[in-house]
Design a binder for this molecule. Structure first.
Ligand SMILES: *[C@@H]1O[C@H](CO)[C@@H](O)[C@H](O)[C@H]1NC(C)=O
Ligand SMILES: *[C@@H]1O[C@H](CO)[C@@H](O)[C@H](O)[C@H]1NC(C)=O
Length: 934
């Protein structure tokens, strides 16, 4: 898809052309990463792209061939899931040529050749694959402008960082390159060749007033103009050639040609972008002085296309004389990737064929883009000075703006708008109500004033967050009519009036507290709502005081109510439910097993299935057949009764399908025991690099599903419990797998209260080498982000099948998976860390990248730079979606789950179960603790 040009004429000081003529109108020449305006030797005026708010600039120094040494600049962008766009002004209904060039020059000192995509608006334009640091890759597209701007975007880096050297826009004239398909197709230029050229240098501006680049046929590159027939001669003339109109090749191109003196001209070349339908034209001019009795007649021979060979070129007749251009061609022809063609003289012709120039372009179908493009552009235009409003390009394609999510339709719709805490003022843009596919709207924490707009045209809306603004007026009753609404947060605004009764009777997470003038309407139940709602702060305090150390999670009651529902709500308990779960908190105590019950179930602690710093785990089977795991705590592991009681109280409040279920406890004979559900398939650890044979290790999609399960469990601890629970010892041996290979997080022995209202709690540093958050280690301040760090390490283990700490696997001076993976990922070398046990056709690099990038964010040195578990979960789900989509197209691989689960459940994992900590458990004075050794 990429044409390359060895000669970087743009900045090479040896380019000979100078021009004083004024630059043609409609030219834009951006020197990406440049610092100043300048005019080059060709007379092209270059402007820096310093208006761009994204990306970084870099200087490169490339030694071209042997002699010319020059420096130039580029702009590079992060290799993330975003797109980075240039927006150029155009005049609607005019045709343009847009050209982007890429000279890598090892700008990042990585010597990893980047690969990424470019798009024109929502349309995929090309995949840029750098294969030589000093070769310029060139892409050209001819298009009819249909709107006042176009955007060129870089995205989807699969290796290295996306970058761009120059971006040029050239307005074409009149009907140049008109095609009957131009409303629906662009023309991507594959070949534009000057035959018989006098040097390797291309012909362009000012010889070509439109600055098309006519490549020399002397250029040496792979699969370019080979299989040349014997007897091919180069001819040229100094005589003027009448090109009749400017849209033909410039005179300089027509003044040279090749002639087949033996009767034939043959060539073979690769056509980037093909096979497909294209536009192909040839240009002929008689530039040899033929005697009166001489003739030049020939026909085109294309293998497999006999029909095309019928037309005869009689150059003098067709062009109506010598030194005039004749340009036969095919506005729509099907061409292969490897094009072989021949011009053969007719029997009655005295001269062999001649060829001056050739142009081939491929039709690229335009994407229509998001259906919401206009509406959301109107919204963004209200915030002209905001960075997020200037991302450019289509809101959804090829990747969505950073504050949007879109569905996967070919004409995508926006499903999520996330503009929380963006300092937005004024009214909420009413146009948001025109996003008919909207599912989630996050506008909380801004300074919006005025009324809540009408969302009655958004029937899919599920989640609305408008809290902490200064919104006034009433709650629109239309909100109650949204059929899918399940979360409505409007607390801490200036709303007033009566709450529509439909909202109170709906099954809804509804928080409207902190709106002093907002009232319920009448009946008792609703009044309760108002009381609770309008004094939320006090209620929280009150409850916190009453319950003191008791943890409250969305408990059993709700679980039962929503048993069938697969989805657990990820947000803190809405206040109305806090009130109702008060009684639960008192009524629901942990089940107390008797010692004799336990002894009977475990056959007097016969079968040991795991051990760790906190004690030994035994297998048991209750009378009713229920299998259990009994953790007998080592006597020194708890300070005393109080701590044990705390844990038991905590454990009995935690219910989530991705957390190992706590069944009860036993405290007799001075022994403390915890009883959990038994997990048949052991720990994730042994499935990744334990006793499971390599060829039976779990596949990538299953690993992603395990990550998703675990992330859900942790997210629930962080956000579903009040106050939040920090796990503190996440690792692959604390992620257990059930019969169906669904993952659950285990071992809350280390969990501590995250005191509500403060962001951290301090206690002795605990954790496991390799998983321990370095910031927590240094500061001893524990936050949810410490769990995020550990989870990032787990993601890296899932990708690589490597242990978090290893003396051998990571090369010299590196024992730590984080350091090792970061080095590879930063270098774009993702393959270098992918578990060799994963077959290459069973995962997509795209989903690997998604996880790799998220994992690196999770292990950032500072907690504030790490994402929340909810964000991590979202990316894992995206990766699963990508994986499912690609495996559908791969076909046959999507039964990964059933296959691996069947295998694994047939294995006996019991001996390896590691429910309590591990041998790696350390205390703070352990000198090898430092997670990133230098
Ligand atoms: C070219 O011709 C093919 C076959 O006749 C047709 O399907 C196609 O729509 C035409 N145009 C383009 C731009 O491919
Ligand atoms: C909001 O404004 C504050 C104070 O001016 C600033 O520090 C912060 O970066 C702004 N946030 C955004 C998202 O613009």
């Amino acid at each position: 898809m990429v044409r390359s040009s060895l000669l970087w004429c743009l900045l090479v000081s040896t380019c000979l052309f100078t021009s004083s003529s004024a630059q043609a109108p409609g030219f834009v020449s951006l020197d990406c990463g440049g610092a100043e305006l300048f005019t080059d030797e060709l007379g092209l005026k270059w402007t820096p792209d310093d208006h761009l708010i994204y990306g970084e600039t870099a200087n490169i120094s490339v030694s071209n061939e042997t002699r010319t040494q020059y420096t130039t600049t580029l702009r590079h962008f992060p290799a993330d899931s975003r797109k980075y766009c240039y927006t150029l002004n155009v005049t609607s209904r005019n045709r343009y040529l847009v050209r982007a060039t890429f000279l890598y020059g090892n700008f990042d000192n990585n010597n990893v050749y980047p690969k990424f995509d470019i798009s024109l608006g929502p349309t995929h334009w090309a995949t840029i694959v750098i294969s030589d640091a000093s070769i310029v890759e060139v892409e050209e597209m001819i298009f009819l402008a249909l709107s006042p701007t176009i955007s060129v975007c870089l995205s989807n880096a699969t290796t290295g960082q996306p970058f761009i050297s120059t971006l040029e826009l050239r307005q074409l004239n009149g009907s140049m390159y008109y095609t009957q398909f131009e409303d629906r197709f662009y023309l991507s230029v594959s070949a534009r060749i000057n035959f018989g050229a006098d040097s390797e240098a291309p012909v362009r501006y000012p010889d070509d007033p439109y600055d098309r680049i006519w490549e020399s046929d002397l250029l040496k590159k792979a699969n370019y103009l080979v299989d040349v027939a014997d007897g091919t001669m180069r001819v040229s003339t100094a005589m003027p050639v009448d090109t009749a109109s400017n849209d033909r090749p410039p005179q300089k191109v027509m003044q040279t040609a090749v002639v087949g003196t033996n009767g034939s001209l043959t060539y073979r070349l690769n056509l980037d972008g093909f096979p497909g339908f294209g536009w192909a034209f040839t240009y002929f001019a008689e530039i040899e002085d033929l005697a009166a009795d001489e003739s030049r007649k020939f026909r085109l021979v294309l293998p497999g296309q006999p029909d095309l060979s019928k037309a005869i070129v009689n150059i003098k007749e067709n062009a109506q004389g010598p030194y005039r251009v004749y340009e036969p061609g095919y506005p729509n022809i099907s061409l292969p990737f490897v094009l072989s063609f021949r011009f053969a003289k007719t029997a009655d012709s005295s001269k062999g064929p001649i060829l001056n120039a050739l142009e081939v372009s491929k039709y690229v179908q335009k994407s229509d883009g998001s259906l919401d493009a206009t509406v959301i552009a109107d919204v963004a235009s209200l915030y002209p000075s905001a960075e997020w409003a200037e991302e450019g390009g289509d809101p959804c394609l090829p990747s969505p703006w950073s504050w949007l999510e879109c569905n996967t339709d070919t004409q995508p719709r926006i499903v999520t708008v996330k503009l929380s805490r963006m300092n937005l003022t004024g009214n909420i843009p009413s146009d948001l109500g025109k996003l008919t596919g909207l599912v989630e709207l996050w506008l909380d924490g801004n300074s919006f004033t005025g009324p809540i707009p009408d969302f009655s045209r958004c029937p899919n809306l599920q989640i609305i967050h408008l809290e902490s603004n200064q919104l006034a007026g009433g709650l629109p009753s239309s909100l109650a009519k949204l059929p899918n609404l399940r979360e409505l947060y409007v607390q801490d605004n200036l709303l007033s009036g009566t709450i529509p009764s439909g909202l109170l009777s709906k099954d809804l997470n509804f928080n409207y507290s902190g709106n002093i003038n907002l009232r319920g309407s009448g009946d008792k139940r609703k009044q309760l709502g108002v009381i609770i709602g309008s004094s939320v702060g006090a209620t929280v305090l009150l409850i916190a005081t009453i319950v003191s150390c008791i943890f409250m999670c969305k408990g059993k009651k709700e679980m039962k109510k929503k048993k069938a529902s697969a989805e657990l709500i990820n947000h803190p308990l809405p206040i109305q439910r806090v009130a109702s779960s008060l009684s639960d908190a008192h009524g629901e105590a942990a089940h107390c097993f008797t010692l004799s019950e336990i002894e009977e179930a475990t056959k007097k602690f016969e079968k040991r299935i795991g051990s760790g710093g906190f004690g030994i785990v035994y297998y048991g089977k209750m009378k009713d057949g229920k299998e259990i795991a009994v953790k007998v705590l080592a006597s020194n592991s708890y300070q005393g009764k109080r701590e044990f009681t705390n844990e038991v109280t905590l454990l009995s409040r935690i219910h989530h399908r991705n957390l190992v279920q706590f069944l009860g406890y036993c405290q007799e004979d001075g022994r403390n025991m915890l009883v959990y559900e038994y997990m048949h398939n052991g720990t994730l650890k042994e499935h990744l690099y334990g006793v499971v044979p390599r060829d039976r290790r779990i596949g990538w999609i299953k690993r992603l599903e395990i990550a998703e399960d675990a992330a859900r469990g942790i997210e629930y601890l962080h956000t579903g419990c009040v106050p939040a629970i920090i796990h503190r010892d996440l690792k692959t041996s604390n992620i257990l797998l059930d019969k169906h290979m669904r993952a659950k997080v285990s071992d809350f022995g280390l969990s501590k209260l995250a005191v509500d209202g403060t962001s951290h709690v301090s206690s002795i540093v605990r954790g496991t080498v390799g998983y321990l958050d370095p910031e927590y280690y240094i500061s001893q301040q524990l936050t949810e982000k410490s769990d995020v760090y550990s989870f990032g390490v787990i993601l890296l283990e899932l990708m690589s099948g490597q242990e978090a700490i290893s003396n051998e696997s990571f090369g010299v001076n590196c024992r730590n998976i984080v350091q090792w993976a970061k080095m590879h990922i930063d270098n774009g070398d993702i393959r270098g860390i992918i578990d060799p046990a994963l077959a290459e056709d069973e995962y997509s690099l795209q989903s690997m990248w998604k996880i790799a990038e998220k994992a690196l964010l999770c292990v950032k040195p500072h907690g504030s730079m790490r994402p929340s578990m909810s964000e991590v979960l979202k990316d894992i789900q995206d990766a699963i979606r990508i994986e499912k989509e690609t495996s559908e197209t791969r076909g046959g691989v999507s039964d990964e789950f059933s296959r691996s689960s069947a295998q694994s459940s047939s294995m006996n994992m019991m001996g390896m179960m590691d429910l309590a900590g591990t041998e790696n458990f350390v205390s703070i004075d352990d000198s090898v603790l430092h997670p990133t050794p230098r």
